[in-house]
Design a protein around this ligand. Structure first.
Ligand code: NDP
Length: 610
């Protein structure tokens, strides 16, 4: 029986998940079964930590004040260099109460080997950071701020802590579940497989998970059947349900499997660079082979060769339903596999949002964050390869089907625009594949049915709806209209690309000199938030660009039916919901620093509108 190193009431230093920052925490208890300590941070955040993420406070004491000062670059900064300095000072009283964070640094000499450099960071959930500051000054400002920390009035700090405890808890308090005996079964389940932190349930919670599991496949079936009708109006009755044998085609299943295996082969080839993901809660960083552009280029070459050899791609159009059903079956099998393996995943590899303990919800939302078979990352692969590249292949097949069905020598302008715009979107995503490593899907969402179905079925079989619609519903465009639509697309693309690249570059290297002109807000986690550049215009400039692009690839389908506008409508709902999910995640992560960001940047997606 291992001995318990820390005891209830001990004040120690606890690592903040996903970073190397340590904060002063109080031990609330230890659970022998999971070998986890429950600790509470000064801002009221309650987490479960492993023993290795806890250190005794003396490990962080500086040997002498003067030495620490001389070694810290932050100390050299003159007082006057911080534009937000005076405001910081004026508000530092309560902020400082929370500040006792220490980051571990690599010992710089042999003699220092057992000691850690002390770097104190403002624990923002207790204190709104009033001043946005220059990116390059962040670390320095935190240190300055903490000087005041030691002078804090304890009773005020306690009051603030109590006030914030209820606001920033990352997981359900133990006593909450203890007071509910009827939830005992579930609590036991959570303990066995729980993540170290769990969050509130999204998508309508457990009931919602049942709904989405039934609704999403039904909706895909509905739109595929509807779009083939002569008058595919959404107000029409759904088409009659086809006989069951129409859904199945062994060749379609074989082709989908072949396509996925081909993409697996391209992914594992030792071509292209290896990129590091963001730090996980354990502090570890995973490596990904980001050779997406190579994969799409090779896929295009192989498809071109196949067409040259006389392979008829219009099969994809005539067997679209069967291909969708085959992909659906694969996504379900994959999700079952993911769920089973996630039950054996260690707590720190479980997604915060997919660890409710409810089987259906966790199956839907995804329980394991980065399921891998050796170095093969299943989530990254599915997000970026078979569905995304398949989307372009299907669009191309629809262009050929349009020519055949409409008796054209070349595809129509509308079809060319839809194909070109969506191809650009995918190629850009694969060219900048590394950027996906800082997105919500990769960093926060577990891999379960939601993403597996989304990647393998939803994207290739509903995002292609506009091209599918155009095959049998031609829409003439004048050259002026073509020019205007291209301009709209380019504006959207510019906003989308530059804003995503800005955040990605900042997250990868916050002290990048090229970004030094950007103003930021520091947060308790050690990360900062951008408050100028694109991220100072609205809170999700990348969503704005994406929506403009979606508009540009819906207009070519004309205005006679709502169905080809389905993507636009769905995308607005998706991004508004995604924005609110992200908002609550960020509020939980960053506390009052996030509130301050929201006060500074008032609009979510569209300036002055929303
Ligand atoms: P984001 O790339 O916007 O990621 C959100 C994360 O960015 C936050 O959780 C936070 O993470 C960080 N962040 C937020 N605000 C700031 C700030 N001010 N400064 C620095 N970091 C900040 O969201 P998504 O992953 O949802 O979207 C990525 C792209 O993918 C978007 O362009 C979106 O349009 C597109 N997309 C397309 C879809 C499609 O089907 N076509 C579907 C979904 C998304 P942290 O602080 O932890 O780094």
């Amino acid at each position: 029986m291992p001995s318990v190193k820390y005891h209830k009431g001990d004040m120690v230093m606890g690592r903040w998940p996903g970073s190397n920052l340590y904060y002063e925490v109080k031990v609330l208890g230890f659970e022998a079964k999971s070998q986890l300590y429950t600790v509470i941070y000064k801002d009221g955040t309650e987490l479960e930590l492993k023993e290795q993420d806890i250190k005794k406070s003396y490990c962080f004491q500086p040997r002498s004040h003067s030495r620490s000062r001389s070694r810290s670059p932050g100390r050299r900064r003159s007082h006057s260099r911080s534009p937000g300095r005076s405001m910081h000072r004026s508000t530092s009283r309560v902020a400082a109460a929370a500040a006792a964070a220490v980051t571990e640094t690599v010992p710089s000499s042999h003699e220092d080997a057992k000691l850690h450099e002390m770097v104190e960071v403002l624990l923002s959930p207790l204190q709104p950071i009033m001043a946005a500051e220059s990116n390059r000054n962040n670390k320095h400002e935190n240190k300055e701020e903490n000087n005041t920390a030691n002078k804090v009035n304890e009773s005020e700090a306690k009051m603030e802590t109590e006030k914030n405890q209820s606001r920033y808890n990352l997981r359900r308090r133990k006593h909450d579940s203890e007071t509910k005996p009827h939830r005992l079964e579930e609590t036991k389940e959570v303990t066995r497989t729980a993540a170290t932190v769990s969050t509130q349930l999204d998508f309508g919670g457990k009931i919602g998970a049942y709904f989405w599991l039934l609704f999403l496949p039904s909706w895909v079936l509905f739109v595929i059947l509807q779009v083939n009708l002569k008058d595919p109006s959404l107000v029409n009755f759904p088409p009659p349900f086809p006989p069951l044998e129409t859904f199945w085609d062994a060749r379609a299943l074989g082709l989908v499997i072949l396509w996925i295996l081909f993409q697996v082969l391209l992914y594992i080839l030792p071509v292209g660079k290896l990129s590091e993901g963001m730090p996980l809660r354990s502090g570890e960083r995973l490596t990904y082979r980001t050779n997406g552009f190579f994969a799409i280029a090779m896929s295009a070459a192989v498809v071109a060769a196949a067409v040259h050899q006389g392979i008829d791609l219009t099969y994809i159009h005539s067997h679209f339903l069967q291909l969708a059903v085959a992909s659906f079956l694969i996504s379900v099998l994959l999700s079952v596999y993911l769920y089973i393996r996630s039950r054996y995943a260690p707590p720190d590899q479980q997604a915060l949002g997919g660890s409710s303990g409810n089987m259906v919800y966790d199956f839907f939302k995804g329980h394991e964050l980065n399921p891998r078979i050796k170095n093969f990352d299943l989530k990254f692969f599915c997000e970026m390869r078979p569905g995304l590249i398949g989307w372009c292949l299907i669009n191309f097949a629809f262009a050929m089907a349009e020519m055949e069905q409409q008796g054209l020598d070349t595809p129509s302008y509308s079809m060319i625009l839809v194909n070109a715009f969506q191809l650009l979107y995918v190629v850009d995503g694969l060219w900048n594949e590394e950027a996906i490593l800082t997105t919500m899907d990769l960093m926060h969402d577990g891999f379960g049915f939601m993403l597996a179905f989304g990647d393998l079925v939803w994207v290739p079989f509903t995002y292609t709806l506009q091209a599918y619609y155009l095959v049998s519903h031609p829409n003439e465009l004048s050259l002026a209209a073509v020019a205007a639509i291209i301009l709209l697309k380019l504006i959207g693309f510019y906003i989308f690309r530059t804003s995503n690249s800005e955040k990605n570059a900042f997250r990868r290297n916050p002290s990048d000199p090229k970004l030094s002109y950007l103003r930021t807000i520091p947060t308790a986690t050690g990360k900062s938030l951008l408050v100028s550049g694109w991220w100072g215009v609205v809170r999700h400039p990348n969503y704005l660009g994406d929506l403009i692009m979606a508009l540009a690839w819906s207009i070519p389908c004309g205005f006679s039916h709502l169905l080809p506008w389905y993507y636009m409508i769905y995308f607005i709902i998706l991004l508004v919901h995604r924005n609110s999910r992200d908002m609550s995640d960020c509020r939980r992560k960053y506390g009052s620093a996030w509130d301050e960001y929201c006060r500074t940047v008032r609009y979510r997606i569209i300036p002055r509108v929303y």
